[in-house]
Ligand binder design. Structure first.
Ligand code: KG4
Ligand code: ZN
Length: 335
């Protein structure tokens, strides 16, 4: 099997327009990310129509820059990969149409990639990659997802559990808004919590049943009730942020630890925007007695390099998609 690949990857599933060139699934030659955070901050969340319009404006220069930084032309590529789903339909369409056009125009193979699988493969872009041994347990925690996957081999996953309501990142963003912090709430709460007392308020830990599911909507409501007890100018933002964050982290670590023990994994991987959270990283390392790995912050949030890393394994295994590839906004990750 030829293990070599040079892949142009495109990611436009939500509010980042990104293009990357990845070699052999592990080496990033370029990874351009045009974030729309400033554009959506005024709405306090991602505005789908605004997002797709911005993707249309910037996709071409972002792809051009990715090729330029990698000193490559389209003819140097082995494959063009793109996020097919899950994500916002209008946003996904921009990336998929761009990838289809380039692949068809140059006669290059095309691969549609699951966004969640991209997050999982962000770990293969780190220096830990050569030491990864299956089975591993990956907690994907982002604005749209909180899922536990047992990964038994490349491309082979078992879904162990996930959130029953809000995703962890969604809870961070909603609580950030309640506390009057800037969008997105996750990084702002992470920062505020550093000056707060995590025991100041006792917030509920999600239903601790014997499975591997999560729930964060009760916690969000509990924070809202506390917030309502204070006059806005007296709101103890740092203590509320620290106490809320401690509750989220406790739930995430408890279920992850339980699954890691049940399946005898070699390591736990954290991926997705919330895996950038400093308290989560620290607690996982402290409470688990197996290696805990996470990507650098730029690879935690949405980026195209992770899509290129996931695409590599499919490419070398001979997988190809037809040029009439469609977006699948609610695509699920199956083996
Ligand atoms: O992976 P991502 O960029 O997009 C999705 O696929 O959803 O994740 C974005 C989410 C947002 O909810 C953001 O608040 C959260 O990741 N996030 C964080 C941190 N940095 C980003 N949450 C907690 N702590 C952080 N440091
Ligand atoms: Zn994501």
């Amino acid at each position: 099997m030829n293990n070599h690949s040079r892949i142009l990857a495109i990611e436009t599933s939500c509010d980042e327009t990104s293009a990357a060139i990845v070699e052999n699934g592990t080496t990033i030659l370029s990874n351009i990310i045009a974030s729309q955070i400033d554009l959506h901050a005024q709405f306090g969340g991602v505005f789908p129509e605004v997002a797709s319009r911005r993707h249309i404006e910037v996709i071409q220069p972002v792809v051009a820059q990715a090729l330029e930084e990698a000193h490559m032309g389209l003819d140097d590529l082995d494959c063009i990969a793109v996020t097919q789903g899950p994500g916002l339909v209008g946003s996904l369409l921009v990336g998929v149409n761009m990838a289809k056009g380039l692949a068809l125009g140059r006669g290059k193979p095309l691969l549609g990639i699951n966004h969640i699988e991209g997050h999982i493969y962000s770990l293969w872009l780190t220096e830990a990659a050569p030491g990864i041994k299956f089975p591993v347990l990956t907690l994907v925690v982002s604005g749209g997802h909180t899922e536990l996957y047992l990964m038994v081999d490349h491309g082979r996953y078992q879904h162990l559990g996930g959130t029953l309501d809000d995703a962890a990142g969604e809870a961070f963003d909603k609580v950030g808004r309640l506390l009057g912090l800037p969008f997105p709430g996750g990084p702002a709460i992470d920062k505020a919590a550093k000056s707060g007392n995590p025991q100041a308020f006792s917030f509920p830990r999600a239903v601790m049943d014997d499975g591997f599911n999560f729930s964060f909507s009760g916690l969000k409501t509990a924070v809202m009730r506390q917030v309502q007890k204070f006059r806005p100018e007296r709101l103890p933002v740092n203590d509320l942020a620290a106490s809320f964050q401690a509750a989220v982290v406790d739930s995430l670590v408890t279920k992850t630890e339980r699954a890691a023990m049940a399946y005898g994994v070699t390591a736990v991987h954290l991926a997705g925007g919330v895996s950038a959270n400093s308290a989560l990283r620290q607690a996982m390392k402290e409470r688990l007695n197996i290696p805990v790995r996470y990507p650098p912050p730029v690879l935690c949030t949405d980026n195209a390099a992770m899509i290129g890393a996931a695409a590599h394994w499919q490419f070398v295994n001979g997988r190809r998609h037809p040029y009439n590839l469609d977006v699948i906004p609610s695509l699920e990750l199956t083996q």
